[in-house]
Design a protein around this ligand. Sequence first.
Ligand SMILES: Nc1ncnc2c1ncn2[C@@H]1O[C@H](COP(=O)(O)OP(=O)(O)OP(=O)(O)O)[C@@H](O)[C@H]1O
Length: 705
Amino acid sequence: MHAPTDHSATDPLQRERDHLAASRSALKAMREDVESLDLRDVTGTWVSAAVLQNQIEQRIAALADLAHTPLFFGRLDYLHAISEHLAEDTGGGARSASGKGGGGRRAGERFYIGRRHVHDSDGDPMVIDWRAPVSQPFYRASRTDPMDVERRRRFGYTGGELTAYEDENLTDPAESDTRSALLAAEIEKPRVGPMRDIVATIQPEQDEIVRADIAGTVCVQGAPGTGKTAVGLHRVAYLLYAHRERLARTGTLVIGPNRSFLHYIEQVLPALGELDVAQATVQELVGHVEVRGADTAEAATVKGDARMAEVLRRAVRSGISLPTEPCMVIRGSRRWRVPAYELVEIIEELKDRDVRYGAAGEALPQRIAHAVLLKMEQSGEAPDDRVQDAVARNSAVKAVVKQCWPPVDPAKLVHRLLTDAEFLAECAEGILDAEEQAAIRWTKPGRSLKTAPWTPADAVLVDEAADLVQRTPSLGHVVLDEAQDLSPMQYRAVGRRCSTGSATVLGDLAQGTTPWATGSWPEALQHLGKPTAHIEELTTGFRVPEEVIAYASRLLPAIAPGLAPATSIRDTPGSLAIDRVLDGPDGLTEAVIEGCRKALAREGSTGLIAADDRIPLLAEALTEAGLPFLAPGTETSTEARLTLVPASLAKGLEYDYVVLDEPAAVVAGEPDERTGLRRLYVALTRAVSGLMVVHSEPLPEQLRG
Ligand SMILES: Nc1ncnc2c1ncn2[C@@H]1O[C@H](COP(=O)(O)OP(=O)(O)OP(=O)(O)O)[C@@H](O)[C@H]1O
């Protein structure tokens, strides 16, 4: 079927191109097969037909041949035939891709590794999904542990054309380790548009995290640009492949710091063939109330403290009271009396049980009814379940429940806590001191629940209260990016959403810019409810050039004393420029605009990062200078390559060139120096190819070498 052309027998590159062409035709055939499915033959309701149609459309989309994403990027030549166990996961009917357009093999087997599985008309695999176990040695095999792989081949593409390949003969002792030129080229590519996938170049230490077992939670501490976000997204794609059915049922979620960040990463998963992953910010997750207010740092810190969980627990249960009167149920001509002491026993027992407040409240009428039933039986009646249900609905029983276990509305409860000083004092006694209580109380409560000045931290409290009343459903897997900024109460909110699943927690302690930023990962994992999670560290940077990361790392002793500086695989001399402007504010703006022009003269994206309060002024200056610019999160393109980025939104983003305006203003924009320097550290570590720092005020002393 894939008959080699004449010169392919001698030209290995041509043979690979032939395999690519054959794989593309096979993919086309697979797509046509799905497209030709005739739904009219399917019996069933219109609902199932619609579901099926939707699935078919998704499948067709997944089988699209994307012009700029090559079908395969690597090849593995195994030394021996692979085991039955691995063969099953090649996804094909037959055992291997050997001999199919690849030139034939005798001993071992050969597999092409790509973004999705492609098979020929016989069901034989032509391209293996990168996530299949057979593909794993592509990322992990080394000269010390070749994993039965004789040769690893990487392919280079130019504009969708296969133009080069590079071999590593892992079992050849004469060959030495060399740095892959194709890997270097991939990393050097200009960064225009959304974030790209890294399937072709995942590094061994990253792969360990990507393929870690779904049962456990992994926490990754990594310096800027070490690939945390990339690893997290590839991990979701991997888990969806390896545990498709389970996760289709339970769901997966990626949590990012803000919408612009989520827009930036949004394209990666579809490119990996995965469409069904929810994305949200923590604030969106806890959206029970409309946020319209802001807290002082002090108030937000107390509200985000884990001690608030106990305050809320007390608040939720504060309405529980013990009856002093019996409950009298009248049925027909008979009266049944449950004495007060028996009701007290029932309620005490429910209080001690580890069930949600709401579930216990629902159980209470049944328990009282059960007590009535026992009395009926004792007097010779033979009541059945229906009688118990009827008794549970009896008005006397309802009255006891209403009085002793009143329903709780989470938002109303938190509203009361934040407005009623006496109630707060009662719930927070021995937990929050008077000053802390005063700090969290609203000064202007608003007239109703709707118009109350809810803050982001209040919304998290409402979420905690809601979970105390009714269990929050858990997802199968949650990826939490930029975790270092979460408060303990926010970790708890995320933890609820993966209480029966697992999580991937990604962050960098040095980039924590909230007053309550994470100080230690074990502590954060405790709040998340995953104290036994593995903590891994990534230290090789793929974004920031060595010179720039070394400069930014001067801040580390002040902002995260325990952390080692990252290294970089990118050594680009001349990547750092520092421009001191002597002629005041106008000169500064001019120099910044000049810096942007210079950066835009080169290929790729440019980010102008500045303190938030300098953004309006710079926006005006850019407009006057005739330089159009985008807001962060808006996709850059070859026509629109300049983004004006407030320092507070720079986290997680990257640009080929960064012009950083006035570092002292970035530091001064934060409530304290450490947070200011951390914000600066984030801003300094966004550049892929070059960073230009422009300043008129003196640089922070920690940066001066
Ligand atoms: N193995 C790799 N091959 C090629 N590029 C990579 C690799 N790992 C990471 N990168 C690239 O390095 C850049 C930084 O990655 P990423 O944004 O995931 O880092 P991060 O650790 O989340 O950074 P930050 O802490 O700044 O948010 C991205 O462009 C990413 O695609």
